[in-house]
Design a protein. Structure first.
Length: 615
């Protein structure tokens, strides 16, 4: 897991000799005019540079001037990122939690220049039970609606393709199923905007259908149901709809919001209606991207061609990829020598939602790896070196465990406790579900995102990695491959044969989900006696009248009876020395983050919060 830098942790400021250099440099390294940048709770330094359209090296230098020794891939907090963005002349503000949800774009459309956003094609994946007609449905769509070319050889050439329908374009990913879908999510790549769930009208919902439903729900992707094989004599659409409702997929004609389309992949009946509904769902989703920036996207698949060398099929998600661009895909880098569209034609550029084959990379990246376009070969080499170093420092990824659930909830990293339950029988599953349901309350929640009978598989581990979940095995053990993958991905596997012990462990973890009861504590207060300026920033000379002023405290600035500011301390000194606190009867100098309007005579109160229990 990438390291995260927060205000107040690590070195806050660069040495005094660097501060003047910082001001002089920022004046000439200003970002081009942009709209207001929406900064999420955390983001990578490289993404911040892309948002500002500034060379990442300049951004890293600015972080160094502010006292943060970081690399391009490291994660920084919102407050720090906003401060750096503003130092480049960019308008920046916090991205609301409601806006900051996972989507199909590597860089959210909310983080782009809104004036440059353009509608893009939806990206669709087809999932369902084996033998329910996924491949036949894909073939039916290809044979009738393939854009810009003939069908021959497409399946063998590329795992993604586009179709045109009624003036719109749809991108289809030809993935092996929900296992690959979730494996890509586990690597941090969410490619799909819409999932088509194929249900055979003669069989109804089967075990793999249930797994596909759980995986799509966990991804938060809109679902369109295709009830296939309606041409068969024993087809029973009502049975399929009833079973969908039992799994919380209520179709529109039954008063729900799930689009359901009866189709026959064999005869082609219903295919145009299915495509039309996909475009409607995409329109509701208001899918947009910025084609006027460096490309970013995701690897769909990669293979080694005897004559062409390493070849990667990539999906461009934002920006435009061009022949000659330097790209980095994980530890693989290269320059785009040639690009082929899904129908085998050579093209010079590819915009958002377009799948292409790329030639010119140095190796084979895994499916789901994110690619980035950089300025030149030197930048690509440096980025690969940084990633390699960062991965070595991180070691194994840090997954979610029952022991750290409380900490993650407190820090806001997790919203609830996600679980995957595997048991020996269906009866055991029902018993475990009943126990877990009793643990739910008004303020605490256990989310069973998937439950099934049998051994714990690699697919279960991939789903857990993608959903920050814990795997519970009740009289169920993992397959060898699943155990190895869990160790690689940092997924917590728990095994039980007595149900009350399972309930006891989960209940202990849930105690961390209760909101803590806190109280405000006044550490002390000081009077501003004099104001002076250092490096164009106002510094307040204070005298501590009572208690103490800790460096980590929250400062309330009072002028008379009015509270005019609440914020954090940027710097606290006693004479020329940085100090952790200033005690009663001592003098010091203080600078506040984001506030300069301090006057002589103002009162500075130091506060902190303490947890006194749980609600």
């Amino acid at each position: 897991m990438a390291r995260r830098y927060r205000p107040g942790r690590g070195p806050r400021r660069a040495p005094r000799t660097n501060r003047k250099t910082s001001e002089a440099t920022v004046a000439v390294v200003e970002a081009p005019p942009l709209g207001v940048l929406k900064i999420p709770a955390t983001l990578a330094v490289g993404d911040l540079a892309s948002m500002m359209r500034v060379d990442p090296i300049d951004v890293i230098k600015q972080f160094m001037r502010n006292g943060y020794m970081i690399t391009i891939n490291e994660i920084v907090d919102q407050e720090v990122a906003i401060a750096v963005a503003r130092s480049f002349g960019c308008e920046a503000e916090e991205l609301d939690e409601e806006e900051d949800k996972p989507g199909s774009l590597v860089v959210s459309a909310d983080q782009e220049d809104q004036e440059e956003l353009e509608p893009r094609a939806p990206v669709v994946t087809i999932l369902g039970h084996v033998d329910h007609g996924k491949t036949t449905l894909l073939d039916a769509i290809r044979n009738t609606k393939v854009a810009e070319g003939e069908v021959g050889g497409i399946t063998q050439r590329i795992g993604a393709y586009q179709v045109d329908h009624d003036g719109g374009t749809i991108t289809f990913l030809d993935t092996p199923g929900h296992e690959a879908f979730t494996a890509m999510r586990a690597r941090g790549a969410q490619l799909t905007d819409i999932a088509i769930l194929v249900v055979a009208a003669d069989d109804g919902i089967m075990p793999q259908t249930i797994e596909a439903i759980d995986h799509v729900k966990a991804a938060g992707v809109p679902i369109v149901v295709a009830i296939n094989k309606i041409d068969k004599p024993d087809a029973d659409q009502e049975k399929a709809k009833r079973q969908l409702a039992e799994h919380e997929l209520l179709i529109e004609e039954w008063g729900g919001d799930i689009v359901s389309v009866p189709v026959s992949a064999l005869t082609g009946e219903g295919i145009p209606t299915l495509l039309e509904n996909l475009l409607v769902v995409a329109e509701v989703g208001d899918l947009k991207a910025n084609p006027n920036r460096d490309a970013r996207g995701v690897v769909v698949e990669a293979s080694l061609d005897k004559s062409r060398g390493p070849v990667a099929t990539v999906l461009v998600q934002t920006g435009t990829l061009r022949v000659g661009d330097h790209m980095v895909i994980g530890d693989v880098r290269g320059r785009v020598k040639a690009m082929l569209s899904f129908d085998g034609k050579r093209i010079e550029e590819a915009g958002p939602s377009r799948p292409v084959e790329v030639l010119g990379i140095s190796g084979l990246p895994p499916a789901g790896e994110v690619f980035t376009v950089v300025a030149d070969d030197k930048a690509s080499r440096q980025l690969v070196e940084e990633r390699t170093k960062d991965r070595q420092q991180r070691g194994h990824p840090a997954g979610v465990s029952l022991e750290d659930v409380h900490t993650r909830i407190q820090s806001g990293e997790e919203k609830g406790l996600n679980l995957i339950v595997k048991a020996d029988t269906q009866g055991s599953i029902d018993a475990v579900r009943n126990v877990l349901d009793r643990l739910n309350g008004e303020k605490i929640r256990v989310n069973v995102i998937h439950a099934g009978s049998g051994t714990i598989t690699e697919n279960d581990v991939n789903l857990a990695a993608a959903s920050s979940a814990i795997v519970l095995g009740f009289n169920s053990r993992p397959e060898q491959g699943a155990r190895t993958l869990a160790a690689q991905e940092g997924v917590d596997l728990r095994f039980y044969d007595i149900i009350y012990r399972l309930a006891e462990d989960i209940e202990k973890a849930l105690e961390g989900l209760l909101e803590p009861v806190t109280q405000d504590v006044l550490d002390g207060y000081a009077t501003v006696r004099v104001m002076f300026t250092i490096s164009r920033r106002k510094v307040a000379g204070i005298y501590v009248n009572q208690g103490r002023i800790p460096r980590s405290s929250e400062i309330h600035v009072k002028r008379g009876d009015e509270k005019i500011f609440v914020g954090k301390i940027a710097s606290l000194k006693h004479f020329k020395d940085d100090v952790r606190e200033v005690a009663t009867g001592f003098e010091g100098g203080i600078m506040l983050e984001g506030f300069q309007d301090i006057h002589e005579g103002d009162i500075l109160e130091a506060h902190h919060t303490e947890q006194v229990g749980v609600a």
